[in-house]
Design a protein around this ligand. Sequence first.
Ligand code: MG
Length: 405
Amino acid sequence: MGGALTLPALSRAIEESTSPYQRPKLQITDIRTAEVMVHGLQTHVRIYTNQGLIGEGESTDAAVGTAALVRSFRRFLIGKDPLNVDALWERLRTAGIFAGAQGGQYITALTGVEIALWDLVGKALHLPIYQLLGGKFRDRVRMYCDSDMEDPLGAEAERKLPWIQSNGFTAMKIDIDQARDPARFDAVNWTASNGEIDRMVSWVKHTRESIPKEMDLAVDMHGRYDAPTGKRVAIAVEPYRLLWLEEPVPPEDIDAMADIRHSTKTPICCGENLYMRWGFRELLDKQAADIIMPDLQKVGGLSEGRKVANLAQTYYVPFAPHCVVSPIGTMATAHVCASIPNFLVCEWHWINHVDLWRSFVKEGEIIKEGYITVPDRPGIGVEMNEQAARRAQVPGTGWFEPSKS
Ligand code: MG
């Protein structure tokens, strides 16, 4: 033994770091963040432990200010056992009831932490996250390509539509809201004129006729328009058999969304700006959406996203998550998609950042022929390639700097 550890001391050390069933006894020692700007802002969260294991999570969209919020969570997390993910999540949520923990930045910050905890649990127990969520219904998760086009009639479409097909995607999305439409009469009011509605329909028609019949087409209005416009557009695009029309009106007025949904044969999709189970309960109860699309990098996390999916299943509503993050957050989302019965399709939104997408994690390209195969590696199952990721670091921000206090 060389005198380093006596046998009783060694036995005590093993006992202190594991349970009789080899369950690791972990303690959180630090939480750090890094911010990258790709499709909007993403906050990456790392949770460190006393045994060298590190969990990694990612949050987005309502991410401005979340690095400071994550720092404020340290006092609830340091010294705690990271394996009790739901309990830690509930402690942080209830701690913030008077600090905005009903949605927005607070829940987005909590989401990044929750995903890092799941990654940590998987690494500690040597299991992929889908296995921790109850196992998988499918090996492969179907992805759709958001085409991120300014003008679906122009040269950009001529370049992107063949690219989307040749990369094996079986579904895609276009945006039809347009602040600079010359047929708009008012810069503030969003009641679309006949000219605007004709332009929207022509974009849908042209795209539908430019892609194979088998490829599904989703269309996004970004919740910008008002109720009469939403209703008219939903009815006008009925001949094109869309996969869905996304947020023809903002999601806050559930009755307005329900009115549009019940007035049209076009399936209505909603939910990228709703938070936690409470955000989806009324939407589902009033049958205001045919399809829901929580964003798992802001809805509250992987466990919360799965609970929302299970709630939707009781209404026979499919789950098609919004997803605009790096391969780390996308793969975390894929684990949830594999673990629920009512998964439809998941978003991929980095078509304008393909080189960074393919180098952001050490595993390289994770989407093969339009699908992600959930890996059997522990945790999320992908590891950041720091050199590539730092190309998108937000200037003036730290990169997983140790906490000072
Ligand atoms: Mg959208």
